[in-house]
Design a protein around this ligand. Structure first.
Ligand SMILES: [Zn+2]
Length: 627
């Protein structure tokens, strides 16, 4: 609802440049108590007398949901000219605070604390500080006037980190000392888009300059030894930067920082920005081969977003502020195409071996070959409902589908890629669409929104085809058949072997589970034997097993992962699968009727076909470092 304060602010922002100079808000953030999970902030914001509504950012870019941690905003106080101004939270919108600005007041000062990630927030609202590092997401420490777009609000931010810590960011910095920094005057959009990684142990690695623009890997960890990255690994990240630029043919950033956090005490995820990404993984990711492989495509995914998601953005996600709800219906492009190229670029950069890259595709094919939820919920609905599907439990994932628009879209865009190659007899590929849609000219960050029709039109210019009907069949329609035509067209098919691929093992390690979905039809947590998921129609389902039950014993002996896997393997030679199951406090013997032995997905060559997949995954640039 418009308020007097909002109307006045809008008119102020439209005022002359000299006057606009006075309209800059100042935000100062103190991270010195971050290890105590306490962050202090002070915001000076230009105002006019009258009613004023200040908003705390609610819909967070890249998180596709109302995930702003407003519950963790405390100790909120407003003053003007040294006098307290009372405030009142809106009765309906918990992210809005109403004030009455007294006559003669031109600036209100807000002070508040934020309790970063001590609750159960999602993504950046999750755990973000440890005794040794902190990730500052500016949306968590700022308020902005209702009715002002994030592009229009001008702000200058400063910060102070604990003594002896270092910091890294893509935020344009005007002045700094070893423990403080002050930004240039930027829009609220740029500020929120430019998180800061601070840490006691933090090291910056240059990844190369392309067309005058620097790329940097900034690594922070709780363990000092983890920030020493071997050259062999750095070489892949340098190639990633070159491969991404070769793919798109331009960039839309003035610098690029991977803010890479290796810690057991932060939430693990990646969050994209125009000029950086906030990448958080387990502490041993760069020294443990399984963890490294399982996270090999995280940085390539997040960097791809600088083009697909940040520069070009679905119109429904290109909102003017952090209050307007986002529409996720094109997330199968925003996240889906990014998931595809995150995988492709990881292979082109050598972060995946070809075998590991095929291992990931094999896993996607297997997952969607046992997805009865496709029969009721089209891909489209998983995108529209993303805001309620992130963080869904694993239980009955095959029925629920969750945020399937990531992995299923790898299959979808592989089919688009191979279709373009077929239609043009190998002359063009999805790479050409990327260059046309996301490419030149290079420049500073900006957003060009797009619609589904824009995507179809651009594809049509690369390879004329009825792309509209193509997507209707695969995105809008509920059908249990997964989109596997691209896998066959790439020259490969799924097969099931009695041993698992490197990639499969890596994901089991990362998820801390035994994934027996393709034999017994269940997933079991490594730690306590809890069944996290059962595939409908599988031998485990037919035996009456379901999520949340616990596996206590296998063939009369206490459960452990190896015993269970050995028993599954021996089933091929007639071995028994007699399980003792605990369901809440009730115990039950369960006999699984299964003789199929171990079954793990892998890709094998389709006889008589061309190996298009290897062409897709091959580097575009020289694999030796530039001179
Ligand atoms: Zn993403």
């Amino acid at each position: 609802m418009p308020t007097l304060g909002r109307l006045l602010l809008v008119s102020i922002l439209a005022a002359a440049p000299a006057q606009a100079q006075a309209q800059v808000a100042h935000l100062d953030v103190d991270l010195r108590e971050a290890p105590r999970r306490l962050v202090h902030a002070r915001l000076q914001i230009p105002v006019q007398p009258g009613a004023l509504t200040l908003l705390y950012p609610k819909w967070i870019p890249g998180e596709h949901g109302p995930t702003g941690p407003v519950r963790d905003l405390v100790n909120l106080r407003f003053t003007a000219n040294g006098r307290t101004i009372p405030w009142q939270r809106d009765d309906e919108e918990m992210f809005a605070f109403h004030l009455q600005v007294p006559g003669g007041v031109s600036e209100v000062e807000a002070t508040y604390d934020v309790l970063p990630g001590v609750g159960d927030g999602d993504f950046s609202a999750g755990s973000s500080v440890t005794p040794n590092l902190a990730i500052l997401s500016w949306n968590q420490v700022v308020l902005y006037p209702e009715g002002v777009t994030s592009d229009d609000m001008q702000i200058q931010a400063s910060g102070r980190v604990p003594e002896g810590w270092k910091w890294a960011t893509s935020l344009p910095i005007a002045r700094s000392t070893s423990s403080t920094f002050e930004s240039e005057r930027v829009s609220l959009t740029t500020l929120v888009d430019s998180p800061v990684l601070a840490g006691r142990y933090l090291k910056a690695y240059p990844l190369g300059r392309i067309d005058g623009v620097d790329h940097e890997l900034d690594i922070a960890s709780d363990d000092e030894s983890m920030i020493d990255v071997p050259d062999s690994i750095l070489a892949h990240y340098r190639r990633l930067v070159r491969e991404a630029n070769a793919l798109f043919g331009a960039h839309h950033y003035r610098r690029y920082h991977f803010l890479f956090t290796l810690s057991e005490h932060v939430d693990h995820f990646g969050l994209e920005h125009h000029e950086s990404s906030d990448d958080r993984v387990p502490e041993r990711t760069l020294v443990d081969n399984s963890l490294r492989v399982a996270n090999a495509d995280l940085l390539s995914h997040e960097m791809t977003h600088s083009w697909n998601g940040k520069y070009r953005r679905p119109a429904g996600l290109a909102t003017p502020d952090y209050e307007k709800p986002m529409h996720g219906s094109l997330l199968w492009v925003y996240e889906g195409l990014t998931e595809y190229y995150g995988w492709v670029l990881a292979a082109r950069a050598g972060l995946f071996t070809p075998d590991q890259a095929r291992g990931e595709l094999a896993r996607d094919v297997a997952v969607f070959s046992t997805r009865p939820g496709r029969d009721w919920r089209p891909l489209y609905d998983t995108a529209v409902a993303a805001q309620i599907l992130y963080g869904s439990p694993t239980a009955w994932s095959t029925l629920r589908r969750g945020t399937d628009f990531y992995d299923e879209s790898t299959l979808l865009w592989l089919e688009v890629d191979t279709k373009i190659r077929q239609l043009t007899h190998g002359a063009r590929s999805l790479d050409d669409y990327c260059r046309a849609f996301y490419g030149p000219p290079s420049g500073a960050p900006k957003v060009i929104p797009y619609t589904r029709e824009d995507v179809e039109r651009a594809l049509n210019q690369v390879a004329p085809y009825d792309w509209q009907s193509f997507f209707v069949a695969r995105v809008d329609s509920a059908t249990v058949e997964p989109p596997l035509a691209g896998v066959a067209a790439s020259g490969w098919k799924i097969a099931y072997a009695d041993s698992s691929t490197d990639y499969y093992d890596a994901i089991e390690t990362l998820n801390e589970e035994s994934d027996l979905r393709y034999s017994l039809g269940l997933r079991v947590a490594s730690e306590d034997g809890k069944i996290s998921d059962v595939v409908p129609g599988s031998p485990a389902a037919k035996a009456g097993l379901g999520p949340e039950m616990e596996l206590v014993a296998v063939n009369g002996r206490a459960w452990d992962e190896d015993r269970l896997k050995d028993a599954v393997k021996r089933s091929a030679k007639g071995g028994a699968l007699d399980l003792l199951i605990k369901n809440d406090e009730f115990f039950r013997d369960v006999k699984i009727d299964y003789k199929g032995g171990a079954r793990y997905p892998e890709l094998v060559r389709l006889k008589g076909s061309t190996d298009v997949l290897s062409k897709i995954l091959a580097p575009r640039t020289s694999t030796s470092p530039p001179k």
